[in-house]
Design a protein around this ligand. Structure first.
Ligand SMILES: Nc1nc2c(ncn2[C@@H]2O[C@H](COP(=O)(O)OP(=O)(O)OP(=O)(O)O)[C@@H](O)[C@H]2O)c(=O)[nH]1
Ligand SMILES: [Mg+2]
Length: 219
C-alpha cells in the first residue's frame, strides 16, 4: 500500500490531564504497543496514521499529542487553533481528570473560533475496573458527553480495548462533518487539507463528476 496516497488530512489534538494516557492511546493506535513506563510528553509530540473511511477515501491523520502538565500550556495552546478534531481523555480511576474535561473542552472551543472542533470523549484505562479502581461511572460520563455533544467511548491502551474505535469514531465524525458542511476547509486554516490530484487517482469516476467536498478543495 502506498501510504503517500491520501485525499484528506485531518489534524487531531489529544487533550486531558497529565498521566490520563494520551500518549499511550496514540502508541497503541499507531504502533500497537503499550509501555508501563513511558516518558511524560514535553510540549507536543507528533504522530501520523492513515485510515480508509470508505472504499477509496484515505485520510491522513496528523496527531498532536499535547503535554497535560500545566507548565507546557503556553506551548500546547498554540496547537488548538489548527485542529479539526479533539480526543478528550480522562482516567476512569482519577476523578479530578474527569472534572477537568469541561475546562479542556471550553479552552479549545474558545481558541479555535471561528472554526469548529469535533470531539470524542474517552474514559481511559478501563482495564483498571477489574482491580476495583473505577471512580467515574459510565452514566455520569455519558451525561457529560451528551452535554458536550460528543460520543463517549471507554478504552484501554493496556489491553487495546476500543482504542481503534475511539480514533475511528472521531475520524468518521470529522469526515461526516466535512460532507455535511458542519466543518469546512478554509484558507489559512490547517485543520483539514485535501489532495485533489490523488483523489482523482483513487476515484477516477470523480474526475467527471467531482463530489461536493472535492469541489471545495482549496489545494
Ligand atoms: N492500567 C493502565 N495504565 C495505563 C493505560 N494507558 C496508560 N497507562 C499508564 O499511565 C501512565 C501515563 O501514561 P501517558 O500515556 O504517559 O499519559 P499522558 O496523558 O500522555 O501524560 P502527559 O504526557 O504527562 O500529558 C503510564 O504509566 C502508562 O503506562 C491503560 O490503558 N491502563
Ligand atoms: Mg503524553
Amino acid at each position: 500500500m502506498d501510504l503517500s496516497l491520501w485525499q484528506y488530512q485531518f489534524r487531531i489534538i489529544m487533550l486531558g490531564d497529565s498521566t490520563v494516557g494520551k500518549s499511550s492511546l496514540l502508541k497503541r493506535y499507531t504502533e500497537d504497543v503499550f509501555l508501563e513506563s513511558i516518558n511524560q510528553t514535553v510540549g507536543v509530540d507528533f504522530y501520523v496514521h492513515f485510515l480508509e473511511v470508505e472504499p477509496g477515501v484515505r485520510i491522513k491523520l496528523q496527531f498532536w499529542d499535547t503535554a497535560g502538565q500545566e507548565r507546557f500550556r503556553s506551548v500546547t495552546r498554540s496547537y488548538y487553533r489548527n485542529s479539526v478534531g479533539g480526543l478528550l481523555v480522562f482516567d476512569l480511576g482519577n476523578r479530578a481528570s474527569f472534572e477537568h474535561v469541561q475546562d479542556w473542552h471550553a479552552e479549545v472551543r474558545e481558541r479555535v473560533q471561528p472554526h469548529t472542533v469535533l470531539f470524542v470523549l474517552v474514559g481511559h484505562k478501563s482495564d483498571r475496573e477489574a482491580d476495583g479502581e473505577r471512580v467515574v461511572g459510565r452514566e455520569e460520563a455519558e451525561r457529560l458527553a451528551g452535554q458536550l455533544g460528543a460520543p463517549y467511548v471507554e478504552a484501554s491502551s493496556k489491553t487495546g480495548q476500543s482504542v481503534a474505535e475511539a480514533f475511528e469514531l472521531l475520524t468518521r465524525r470529522v469526515y461526516q462533518g466535512l460532507r455535511s458542511g458542519e466543518v469546512q476547509m478554509r484558507e489559512g486554516w490547517d485543520g483539514i487539507k485535501c489532495s485533489a490530484p490523488r483523489a482523482m487517482q483513487l476515484r477516477p469516476s470523480q474526475q467527471a463528476t467531482p463530489s461536493k467536498e472535492n469541489k471545495s478543495c482549496a489545494c
